[in-house]
Design a protein. Structure first.
Length: 194
């Protein structure tokens, strides 16, 4: 046999796979359909029955700005998590293991709300992403500390009005409805840490 280890078990430390066959990520287009979760569950379960020991899902975005296109394929709410449960259940019942790929499209998303580290347009995309400025990232870090506008203003040597403007800009660019949501999004994107 040319690949003598292919069908041997693989110890991962937290689980043992029955073989070394991995199904890489595929975007089926089912992610955003009304019946998509049930159809994805059946799709991935068939691959597990066929011998794929570990399956990687197609990409799900952590927020609206990170979607690949205008169709929602997100894993950002408790309801998304609940809707998604049918997939690992089906794969586990078929004897396989599955991991969820979280994917933020950055400048490669094909919709007008894309956000990226810089405002450099992708050569394959008509849309230019919105970016946070260095100052906005600095303010976002202070929001992560739980600071209010007056303290942010004092630390930066700016007016409270300017601090309020930076916070409003951050919320708009990140598509956040609150300071807490902005910090959460910033953490997911690696812009801030707590």
């Amino acid at each position: 046999m040319r690949y003598p280890h292919l069908f041997r078990p693989l110890e991962l430390g937290f689980a043992t796979l029955p073989n070394r066959i991995l199904m890489g990520s595929m975007h089926t287009g089912l992610e955003s359909r009304p019946d998509g979760m049930a159809r994805l569950a059946a799709f991935y379960a068939e691959r597990a029955k066929g011998g794929a020991a570990l399956i990687v899902t197609g990409g799900f975005s952590p927020n609206a700005e990170g979607n690949l296109g205008p169709h929602r394929a997100e894993f950002s709410t408790a309801q998304d998590a609940e809707n998604h449960r049918v997939i690992p259940r089906a794969v586990h019942d078929a004897g396989g293991r599955i991991v969820l790929q979280l994917l933020h499209s950055g400048r490669y998303g094909f919709h007008e709300q894309i956000v990226a580290p810089s405002a450099i347009k992708s050569p394959i995309n008509p849309h230019t992403p919105r970016e946070l400025t260095a100052r906005e990232i600095e303010v976002l870090a202070m929001l992560a500390e739980g600071l209010g506008n007056k303290i942010i203003a004092a630390r930066l040597g700016i007016s409270s009005h300017t601090a309020k403007y930076h916070v409003a800009s951050i919320l708009a660019k990140l598509g956040a409805g609150s300071r807490t949501e902005a910090v959460t999004i910033g953490m997911r994107r690696g812009l801030v840490t707590i």
